[in-house]
Design a binder for this molecule. Structure first.
Ligand code: ADP
Ligand code: MG
Length: 285
């Protein structure tokens, strides 16, 4: 497919060619930002269900909801208005993370819900000293309690997402196979590169996951082929299909893995989690 306006030089460039991309230096808490500045591409769905699948393997997982819309919180059955403390208090108010976690129905998975006040945080951050480092500094008190911390980012490349990228070890990018997907992706990659160079030299793209894939749609297939030819192994083999059960689950306050374990969407997320762990923890030795 040739009509996607993207420069191959940009998307093929660093950080993919840099040594950081090899999963070599692993801290005890691995912190992954789930980011894509486009809305509706499956960030929150991937955050909830990857977190659930990882917790199901016995890993201790925290999902940090950094999107003011709070879909990760409500999708896990958390009443945001009832939560006394959440991601806003941690990010802006200096609240210890331990006071902001809420249990979920998934054993081993806790969530830091998006407080209602988070919608003002993007603007408040502007006037704060070291505004890019607020989340990173808050995570200093994590004390290796969790194996994985997944940050569900808002659909923008503003200060909230920047805080996530500065705090993270890696970025997981959900990508919907549609027109202009690659253009948005190259912008995200440039941002990751800039954050890597300016603030956080641990940061690399951990993986790209194709979401809401419709095999009967020709464009889906063409874009998927294109993404794979640019990014190679960075793209997960697991592909999340478009599946109505996945879209129904949040209204029941449940990960699709609890709502309907047997459906194709759940099985795809189980598969993704396995691939994720092999990539993270390595089976090459
Ligand atoms: N695999 C899927 N099949 C069907 N619907 C999906 C799938 N993944 C996500 N959705 C739905 O698409 C919408 C956007 O997904 P979401 O994860 O909220 O995206 P984002 O967080 O990037 O904005 C939601 O309504 C969600 O339920
Ligand atoms: Mg979302």
């Amino acid at each position: 497919m040739t009509d996607i306006p993207v420069s191959s030089a940009t998307v093929r460039g660093a950080p993919f060619s840099s040594p950081e991309f090899d999963v070599a230096s692993r801290s005890a808490n691995r912190i992954l930002a789930i980011a894509n500045q486009k809305g509706g591409v499956g960030k929150t769905t991937t955050a909830i269900n990857l977190a659930t699948a990882l917790a199901a393997t016995g890993r201790r997982v925290m999902l940090f909801d950094l999107d003011p819309q709070g879909n990760a919180s409500t999708g896990l059955g958390i009443d945001r208005n009832a939560a006394e403390s959440g991601s806003y208090e941690v990010l802006i108010g200096g609240a210890p993370i331990a006071t902001a976690t809420a249990p979920t129905a998934v054993p081993g998975l806790v969530v830091v819900p998006a407080s209602v006040d988070l919608s003002g945080a993007e603007l408040e951050l502007v006037d704060i000293e070291r505004r890019e480092f607020q989340l990173k500094e808050a995570f200093n008190s994590l004390n290796d309690i969790y194996d994985y911390v997944l940050i569900d980012c808002p659909p923008a490349l503003g200060l909230l997402t920047l805080n996530a990228l500065v705090a993270a070890d890696g970025v997981l990018v959900p990508l919907q196979c549609e027109y202009l997907a690659l253009e948005g992706l190259s912008q995200l990659v440039r941002t990751v590169e800039r954050v890597h160079n300016a603030f956080n030299d641990r940061l690399a793209v951990q993986g790209i996951v194709l979401t809401m894939f419709d095999s009967r749609n020709n464009l889906s297939n063409l874009v998927a082929d294109d993404v794979r030819s640019y990014f190679g192994d960075v793209v997960y083999e697991s592909v999340i299909p478009r599946n109505v059960r996945v879209s129904e689950a949040p209204s029941h306050g449940k990960p699709v893995l609890l709502y309907d374990f047997g459906c194709s969407g759940s099985q795809a997320y189980v598969h993704l989690a396995g691939e994720f762990l092999r990539r993270e923890e390595g089976d090459s030795s």
